[in-house]
Design a protein around this ligand. Structure first.
Ligand code: R5P
Length: 302
């Protein structure tokens, strides 16, 4: 079965990097947004009997990126692809994984159901919660970037550092880093009220006099990191702080908000296209190798 790699418009650079590692040119296709904002996809190459991989993180703006991904799968299926795998290194809507208030939708489940209508399999990276994997009726390769993100930390981590979970959802993630790096940990108990308003209730662990390394799955508006860092400083943490995240969405004025904080560096993967980081000290960790290895393993059945 021939391997074909297609890339949507959310992160063509990552699609090209994966293709280069696999020794495969991304297939030619037409992707357009019509004047009325309808999206259009057409594969310009034959796909009959091919093993197709479609690279498209559903990063902001999630709705068109998600719909484009679905259109690509539909086009590939109608062109006779034998198997279609979605490569979605950032899975949008993941935070809508349960109902907090009655009447709410569970967006993560809905998106998982939608993907399963056209795709045979999904490769994804650092889901907001590992349990989201259970929402899918198709096989999921859930990859982790912990080992890759831990590498740059090894360059400077000392006895004076503490790894911090900026909310309770990040505790397990921070424990994985702590196991790899043999470093102490602390946890911030956060309360969210609204899309970008968060408040810190309490900090567990020794932080006074230490340099914090805040670790989260994603930075969206930056509110979680900023409020956790402010609370850590009040508890006597030293600066500069370091921030580590799998997915740097940096929406709205997040980059400026973080630049205004005593942060030495923000380290994140290239799971999504690099946002406008302005003057923020930002280091990108490449996950194209991790993703291309997963593609290779699925393609060869190893
Ligand atoms: C929340 O559960 C997530 O793990 C992140 O902490 C959160 O989504 C980050 O969003 P923001 O940067 O807007 O606070």
């Amino acid at each position: 079965m021939k391997l074909s790699l297609l890339s949507g418009r959310s992160h063509p650079g990552l699609g090209a990097a994966i293709g280069e590692r696999l020794g495969v040119e991304p297939s030619q296709c037409r992707l357009e947004t019509f004047p009325d904002e309808e999206l259009y996809f057409r594969s310009m190459e034959p796909l009959l009997g091919h093993d197709v991989f479609v690279v498209q993180p559903t990063s902001p703006p999630a709705p068109p990126h998600l719909l484009e991904l679905m259109l690509m799968a539909d086009g590939c299926r109608r062109a006779g692809a034998a198997r279609i795998t979605a490569v979605v290194p950032y899975f949008g809507y993941a935070r809508q994984d349960r109902r907090v208030a009655s009447g709410e939708a569970v967006g993560a489940r809905l998106v998982a159901d939608l993907l399963a209508t056209r795709f045979d399999r999904i490769i994804t990276l650092d889901l907001h919660k590992p349990s989201i994997e259970g929402f899918f009726a198709i096989p999921v390769e859930h990859l982790s970037s912990v080992a890759l993100l831990a590498e740059p930390l090894k360059e400077f981590l000392s006895d004076g550092h503490v790894l911090v979970a900026p909310d309770l959802g990040a505790v397990k993630r921070v424990q994985y880093f702590a196991d790899l790096l043999d470093a102490p940990v602390a946890y911030v108990h956060k309360e969210r009220f609204g899309g970008d308003k968060v408040r810190v209730r309490h900090i567990s662990g020794q932080v006074q006099g230490r340099l914090p390394v805040l670790i989260d799955d994603m930075i969206s508006t930056g509110g979680t990191i900023v409020s956790a860092l402010e609370a850590l400083l009040k508890q006597g943490c030293r600066t500069p702080a370091t921030v580590v995240a799998s997915h740097a969405l940096l929406v709205n004025d997040a980059a400026a908000k973080l630049t205004a904080q005593p942060i030495g560096e923000v380290i994140a993967t290239n799971s999504i296209r690099r946002p406008d980081t302005g003057r923020l000290a930002f280091r990108s960790v490449d996950v194209s190798g991790l993703l291309s290895d997963a593609v290779k393993k699925i393609h060869t059945g190893t």
